[in-house]
Design a protein around this ligand. Structure first.
Ligand SMILES: Nc1ncnc2c1ncn2[C@@H]1O[C@H](COP(=O)(O)OP(=O)(O)OP(=O)(O)O)[C@@H](O)[C@H]1O
Ligand SMILES: [Mg+2]
Length: 237
């Protein structure tokens, strides 16, 4: 893989976050600094409540940080307005959640197409790309099924297809295998890894799963809102 084809460098500097709940301040992140290289496949680990989801939501522009900066692919997300963020997220970021978050009344194909609906793409092209993406995740024979007519692993494949169909620079996944048995989880991990190689997007994956952390080329370990360990695995690429 050539470096100049890779996209989606992430740089987090002096990031702090405190939730304000009425009179009570809940400090959660206390000064986070790290870099994920373009095209990287990075695991974010740490015990429950350590601030992993909070950090991922800040990087994805779903929450505004209290202090510090977040740069994605050369753009400073932490200073964008709501409108700018909306467009930036649509064009640059794919989200994958533990509980899939699919639209229950739409088929697999419609769920994936939905990710393209706010862009410029004509309807026929949207359908074509959604079908192609569902083929890539191995669901060509389940495209017209609704989420309730799919297994957990299949639903997560739909959500992976939805996240990647826009060819985002950065993919943010929060416990993508958390609801799956270990074999199905391994399959999803393989799928994410192969899409990372093929599409050369940067992946940041929150996980409790040691196997995912091992398969990543970079692991960040969070404890009580600070990074306590960070290492790069040598098997990478
Ligand atoms: N919207 C919010 N308002 C107030 N406090 C919050 C909010 N979201 C998270 N917190 C607090 O921030 C801390 C970190 O939560 P977060 O969800 O980031 O943890 P996590 O590492 O993802 O945990 P888990 O592994 O259980 O998903 C927790 O103590 C939580 O109570
Ligand atoms: Mg979480």
């Amino acid at each position: 893989m050539k470096d100049n084809q890779r996209k989606g460098r992430i740089e987090v500097k002096g990031l702090k976050h405190t939730f304000v709940m009425g009179q009570v301040d809940v400090p959660v992140l206390h000064g986070i600094d790290f870099v994920v290289q373009p095209g990287g496949f990075t695991a974010l680990c740490g015990s429950s409540g350590s601030g992993k989801s909070t950090l991922l939501n800040l990087i994805g522009g779903l929450t505004k940080p209290t202090e510090g900066s977040i740069e994605l692919d050369g753009q400073i997300v932490s200073v964008m307005s709501e409108n700018e963020l909306c467009v930036f997220r649509r064009d640059n970021i794919g989200f994958i959640f533990q509980s899939y978050n699919l639209m229950p009344y739409l088929t697999a194909l419609e769920n994936v197409e939905l990710a393209l609906i706010f862009g410029e793409m004509p309807e026929e092209k949207r359908r074509e790309q959604a079908i192609e993406m569902l083929q890539k995740v191995g669901l060509e024979d389940r495209m017209h099924h609704k989420p309730s007519e799919l297994s957990g692993g299949q639903q997560q494949r739909v959500s992976v297809a939805r996240a990647l169909v826009t060819n985002p620079k950065v993919v943010l996944a929060d416990e993508p295998t958390g609801n799956l048995d270990s074999q199905t989880g391994d399959d999803i991990l393989q799928l994410l890894r192969s899409l990372n190689e093929k599409q050369q997007s940067t992946f940041l994956i929150v996980t409790h799963d040691a196997k995912i952390a091992e398969a990543c080329d970079h692991t960040i370990f969070l404890e009580d809102g600070v990074i306590v360990k960070e290492w790069r695995n040598h098997h990478a690429h």
